[in-house]
Design a protein around this ligand. Structure first.
Ligand code: HEC
Ligand code: HEC
Length: 133
């Protein structure tokens, strides 16, 4: 009697460990996402096809760098994040400028570094991400 009670408690604990975090977890989008210029910006380049699944080997927080692992994931260009959409000259080097954030993180901060390290990676040339219209 006593033993089965203990087993029950243990099983509930183990289930809790695995199930509860899963209820909080946010599911990653499957397949491709189109990354477009924010509303109000007249895009000069074609939107960028980003394979979310193709980046599954990386930690979520490498890209979603403010995510606490529980709350809804914000968009890069949400208010309070990289929300300068039309930069004045002196804002062009501000990481809040969405253009700089994307290029510094995806291109300079990742693809170029991996390429330099001789590793397989995504595009580093403009047309690799923004196909010719
Ligand atoms: C690793 C992928 C990647 C590479 C390489 C890249 N970009 Fe981008 N670029 C993006 C993303 C993502 C955005 C944000 C989404 C958007 O606006 O299309 C963006 C936005 C832009 C924008 C602002 C939106 C627009 O269409 O006017 C311009 C201009 C731009 N890139 C030009 C360039 C140029 C020029 C190069 C080469 C020097 C380049 N990009 C290389 C991913 C890339
Ligand atoms: C290589 C970078 C990268 C990694 C790693 C990554 N993501 Fe993303 N994710 C993105 C980008 C870029 C977007 C599009 C954001 C936007 O539209 O501003 C996105 C969008 C999302 C969205 C949709 C948000 C929305 O409201 O549109 C969710 C949910 C998400 N990711 C979850 C995850 C989870 C969970 C993981 C880890 C298993 C993960 N991501 C790993 C880059 C990444």
């Amino acid at each position: 009697m006593k033993r089965s009670w203990l087993v029950g408690v243990m099983a509930a604990l183990v289930a809790g460990l695995f199930l509860i975090p899963n209820l909080w977890a946010v599911d990653a989008p499957k397949g491709d996402i189109m990354l477009k210029a924010p509303a109000g910006v007249k895009a000069k380049k074609a939107p960028v096809k980003f394979s979310h699944t193709g980046h599954a080997a990386f930690d979520c927080t490498k890209c979603h760098h403010t995510w606490d692992g529980k709350a809804a994931i914000k968009k890069c260009t949400d208010a309070g994040c990289h929300d300068i959409y039309k930069a004045k000259e002196k804002q062009k080097k501000d990481i809040k400028y969405y253009y700089k954030a994307y290029h510094d993180m995806c291109m300079k901060g990742c693809h170029t570094d991996l390429k330099k390290a001789g590793k397989k990676t995504g595009p580093t040339a403009c047309n690799g991400c923004h196909p010719k219209k």
